[in-house]
Each structure stands twice: as C-alpha cells, then as structure tokens.
Design a binder for this molecule. Structure first.
Ligand SMILES: Nc1ncnc2c1ncn2[C@@H]1O[C@H](COP(=O)(O)OP(=O)(O)OP(=O)(O)O)[C@@H](O)[C@H]1O
Ligand code: SF4
Ligand SMILES: [Mg+2]
Length: 338
C-alpha cells in the first residue's frame, strides 16, 4: 500500500512562563493512500498539536517542532520553507477546523470564496472556476448550487456552512484532508450528516483523510485505522477491528467503555478515574500508570516501547511485552507456591 504521509518521532513543545509543555512526545504513524485514519484520545492528549504540526501551523514562539520528520510525498515538511508550505496548504493538504465561521469571509459570496481558492493556485478562467465550484457544492450536498453561489455565509445554516468549508477544502483536489473535530460546533443530527459526507467524499475523490473526533461511533463507522493518543504519545494503533474489538492497552479499553457505542447498546458505561499527567514534567515510564488498574513496578520507571501484535496492530504497554509476561508468570508461580 502506498504511504502518503509518514510522521516519524515527532516532538512538539511549547515554552511558557510555567515551563516547557511537552505536548507531543515521539509520535510515529503513517497514512496510506485513500484511507481514513482516526485520531482519538482525551482532551489535551496532543491530537490538534499533531495535526497542526503536519500543516506547520504551530505558533512559533511559543511552539516548536523540536524533533522528528513529517514525510509527505517524499519531502520532509519540517524542513520546507514557509513559502513552499504556503503553496502546499489548501492545495495538496487541506485542513478543516471546528468552527465553519472562522474559515469563511462574511463579506464575500460563497461563489467568490470558492472560486478564489481555486484561481489563486490554478491557471483557470472564471467560468471554469464557477463550473468547478458548482460541482463541489453539489458533491457536498448543497441544493440549487448555481443559485446559492451568489449568497453570503450568513444565509446558510451552521451545517450548510460546514459543507461549504469542506467544498473549499476540496476544490483544489488535495491528496490529504485533515479534519479536526469538524462537527463539534454543530447539533447532533447535523453532525451525523456531515460525517457521512466524509465517507462519500472519500469514495468520490479518493482523498486520504485524517479525522480527529471524540465520537467513537463515527470512528466505528468511517475510519479504516485508528490511532489512540495519550499524554502526547500514541499508545495503540490498529485497524478499526483491532482497536474496537481486540483493544490491548488498558487506556484504549477504558476509553471504549467510557463512551456510548452504537454496536454495544445497553452496556454499562464506566468513566476512567483520574486525570492525565502534567505535560510539563511527564513521567519517564508509562504515562497511564497512575490510572491503570494493572500497573506493575516497571510501569512508571521505563516506557514500554511498542509491541507488535500484528502487521497493523501495535501497543505500548508492558502487559503485552514478553519480558513483563515472563516476569508476571514468575510472580504468579511464586505466589501460588506460598
Ligand atoms: N499555544 C500553546 N501554548 C501552550 N500549550 C499548548 C498550546 N497549544 C497546545 N498546548 C498544550 O499541548 C497539549 C496538547 O494540546 P492539543 O490541543 O493537541 O490537545 P487535543 O488532544 O487536541 O485536545 P482537545 O480534544 O481538547 O482538542 C495540551 O496540554 C495543551 O495545553
Ligand atoms: S504499561 Fe503498565 S501502567 Fe501502562 S497501561 Fe500497561 S500495565 Fe498499565
Ligand atoms: Mg484538539
């Protein structure tokens, strides 16, 4: 499978008066061409910082990509000039944020904004740009697109505005679309419709998608693979089936038990007790130790570097590490003898 993006050992820090926040701490993952990769995890675990780093949108200062590589089409984005990055953003890689209003200019018609994006980057006549704008409006499900191009953002509902933002993000036919909580600002029924739209867009355009969302129901429906983040690290990654039905990290299991799931109606929900560690001075060992019911002595001392469970499934947990398994077996035998 062709890899469109490869993030290697990414570290992002923020310098603040209180010290250095180690927001992303050695993240590795890749995205295959044409797939949807979901990034999930509790608030503050580094999902947005990771995706903003790919777009090189980390405010510097206070932020900094302190280490690592972001390989997109064979080029390391961390080393590109700002000018080259500007040429890439919105063209080869597009990003959609929570609030559609911040992406739209209230003083310009939707048609002008859609066409502008295209004409800035492609040598194309106004008429051809209009044809493309209508095509995109149609793709994202806006009725009577030709007429509605003449309208202003305030003449559209929140859900329709987010559809327009998605059309804008796709009009230059990017290879990669990053959507950071694209539906949080919308009401629940509209959220579902917008997320279904991502599925359709993927089918029609073949774009590769990174989707950040709190909604595991959505992930279950539209993601191919899932990355689970905790305290600035990826603690489990796998196909949707692996992460949903054979999760191995206690945090992933906790996360799945703490939110409602369409496929497990009637199951009791259990929130994960406690809070993530302080990212000013994260622990040297597993950051989940303080909340983990299975924590062992080794856990808070040494970080459990990934165990490969299948070609697609990796987990950072001592419970899956052969060395800890041997240790556990010895302890169990000694206890049984007593
Ligand atoms: N500009 C900044 N200055 C200082 N710290 C920051 C800054 N931006 C992000 N951080 C810190 O980086 C960490 C990761 O934040 P991030 O926004 O990536 O979390 P998230 O996983 O996207 O959370 P949420 O689900 O709430 O959006 C947090 O501890 C956050 O406080
Ligand atoms: S490494 Fe230890 S503390 Fe961390 S999740 Fe696994 S068992 Fe729990
Ligand atoms: Mg975020």
């Amino acid at each position: 499978m062709e890899k469109i993006l490869e993030v290697k050992d990414l570290h992002v820090t923020f310098s603040t008066y209180g010290g250095t926040v180690k927001a992303v701490r050695g993240v590795n993952f890749h995205l295959n061409k044409g797939e949807t990769l979901a990034i999930v995890g509790e608030s503050g675990c580094g999902k947005s910082v990771t995706s903003n780093a790919i777009m090189r949108l980390i405010p510097d200062p206070p932020g900094k990509i302190s280490k690592g590589e972001i390989i997109f089409r064979g080029k390391d984005l961390t080393k590109l000039s700002e000018k080259k990055m500007r040429g890439l953003r919105g063209v080869d890689i597009s990003m959609i944020f929570q609030d559609p209003m911040t992406a739209l200019n209230p003083t310009l018609t939707i048609g002008t904004q859609l066409k502008e994006g295209l004409q800035q980057h492609r040598k194309i006549s106004s008429d051809a740009a209009e044809v493309k704008a209508i095509e995109m409006m149609d793709l994202v499900g806006i009725p009577s697109p030709k007429e509605r191009l003449k309208q202003y953002p305030h003449q559209f509902s929140g859900g329709m505005r987010q559809r327009i933002v998605i059309a804008m993000a796709l009009i230059c036919e990017p290879e990669l679309l990053i959507a950071d909580e694209p539906t949080t600002a919308l009401d629940v029924t509209i959220q579902a419709q917008i997320l279904e739209l991502f599925e359709k867009i993927q089918e029609v355009t073949g774009v590769s998608i990174i989707l950040i969302t709190h909604d595991l129901g959505v992930v279950a429906k539209i993601a191919d693979r899932i990355v689970v983040m905790y305290a600035g690290k990826i603690i489990e990654v796998g196909t949707k089936r692996e992460v949903f039905y054979q999760p191995e990290h206690p945090y992933t299991k906790g996360l799945l038990n703490s939110v409602p799931r369409l496929d497990l109606q009637g199951e009791k929900l259990t929130p994960i007790d406690g809070t993530p560690p302080d990212l000013f001075s994260p622990p040297a060992g597993c950051p989940f130790t303080a909340r983990c019911p299975f924590a062992m002595e080794v856990c808070d001392k040494v970080y459990p570097t990934g165990t490969t469970l299948s070609e697609t499934h990796q987990v950072d947990c001592w419970l899956q590490d052969d060395r800890a398994k041997r240790l556990l077996a010895t302890t169990a035998a000694t206890t049984a003898e007593k």
